[in-house]
Design a protein around this ligand. Sequence first.
Ligand code: CA2
Length: 147
Amino acid sequence: MKHKVLILNGPNLNMLGIREPDIYGSGSLSDVEFACEQEAKALSMSVICKQSNEEGKLVTWVQNAINDMDGLLINAGAYTHTSLALLDSLSAAQLPTIEIHMSNIHSREQFRHHSFVSLVASGMICGLGSYGYVLGLRAIHRILNTA
Ligand code: CA2
């Protein structure tokens, strides 16, 4: 059976490739999602990619993933550092979860150093740009196939 992975991107990540290429690179969110689809194919997995600027939508998608998905890749954007609601939904979902950040959040402002998502993620990849998503998918594949 093909494992299904939900890839969630949070606020402002729809702006990838449009602003701040020095921090987030020049590729668009569509480029990131295409790279994930290609990697998923190579790993015989399937991915569904979603992005929202709204916290509640992200929470609802995590809730819906409980019955439909086998794993989760999430870049929660700034909600990483603020959202108890997202943490609660991830905690309830109990899905293998890898947290992704394009930038190295530990080399940036102090307020980016704490992540609520990290409290429930199996692992976190940051600072490797869009390649982090591809690596995250490999990590989920490994987790799902050694469980
Ligand atoms: O490094 C990451 O991936 C972040 O999750 C990105 C968030 C930031 O709040 C986190 O601390 C780290 C911000 C996403 C903003 O994305 C933009 C992309 C291009 C242009 C403007 C914003």
